[in-house]
Write a protein of this length. Structure first.
Length: 280
């Protein structure tokens, strides 16, 4: 396996960043994930656009142009012979003596790229079954719209889900509304046929899959309500599902051990999953 670190393709098991990297010390770094299908990036531009936005919000200089980055990513996919999988990118503010304030201008950001193979048949199998989620209090910071590696609350929530035998944790804000999953956005289909997902505010990551599915679903004639919903409302819903770059549209059939509708994956989730895959 090959990784890319600051301009060099390296053996993955030897690839390293410095102990005084801002990402390691302060989570002063952003990341991005693209799904790869048949060797091609899915929804590539949306993820590049979000990457630019994340960097801008943290005032980290872009280490390379989009064109150069695209070439490097393609080369990494080729070297690792990724058919189906994902590309992970991380950019930190770079290496500097530990000090909370930003390092001196000219400090070179750290750029890291890795790939991972994914068994998309297994993902499809999971989608046919549906997944369980648990609800947990949202303990994250106030700018979850920036895709930073500040992910400790997300990891604790995901582990809580695993410990409970569930696939994902839906985080709930202080007012009782679902924000999102630990690495996915949350949706329901109401009894009267509206698709509901939280607005893309500061409380959630603006999922690229979410944005694409909004376009796909509205052009397929679905009514969209961008508003927060509660766990109680989700349990009353006709269907529930989550979206992310690597899950696409994943039906949620149980929440906190209780079934959503009849506990089976719904037809709209399945239809939207196909429509999403066709679109990307
Ligand atoms: N929310 C969070 C917190 C995430 O980490 C992710 C995946 N990175 C998502 C939502 C889904 O975003 P996307 O559709 O762009 O993968």
């Amino acid at each position: 396996r090959i990784a890319y670190v600051n301009g060099r393709f390296q053996r993955h098991d030897l690839a390293a960043v410095h102990i005084e990297d801002r990402g390691f010390q302060f989570a002063d770094a952003i990341y991005e994930v693209w799904a790869v299908r048949k060797g091609e990036l899915l929804d590539a531009e949306g993820h590049f656009d979000r990457l630019d936005r994340s960097l801008g919000e943290l005032r980290i200089a872009h280490p390379v142009t989009r064109a150069a980055l695209t070439i490097v990513i393609r080369e990494l996919i080729r070297r690792n012979r990724i058919g189906d999988g994902l590309v992970y990118l991380q950019i930190s503010r770079g290496r500097a003596r530990r000090d909370h304030g930003f390092p001196p201008p000219g400090t070179r950001p750290t750029l890291v790229l890795t790939t991972k193979r994914l068994d998309l048949d297994a993902v499809a199998g999971r989608a046919a079954q549906g997944v369980s989620v648990i609800s947990v209090p949202d303990q994250r910071w106030a700018r979850c719209d920036i895709k930073t590696v500040n992910l400790l609350p997300n990891t604790l929530a995901k582990q809580a889900a695993r410990d409970a035998g569930a696939y994902e944790a839906w985080q709930v804000d202080a007012d009782g509304f679902v924000t999102e999953g630990t690495s996915s956005n949350a949706w329901i289909l109401t009894a009267d046929g509206a698709l509901v997902t939280r607005p893309a505010d500061h409380a959630i990551l603006h999922g690229i899959t979410r944005a694409t599915l909004i376009r796909v679903a509205t052009s397929a004639g679905y009514r969209l309500e961008e508003r927060p919903f509660t766990i109680a409302e989700a349990l009353e819903a006709r269907e529930a599902f989550l979206t992310s770059a690597t899950n696409f549209v994943m039906p949620v059939t149980r929440i906190d051990g209780r079934p959503v509708a009849n506990g089976e994956p719904g037809s709209v989730s399945a239809e939207l999953r196909q429509a999403y895959l066709a679109a990307v």
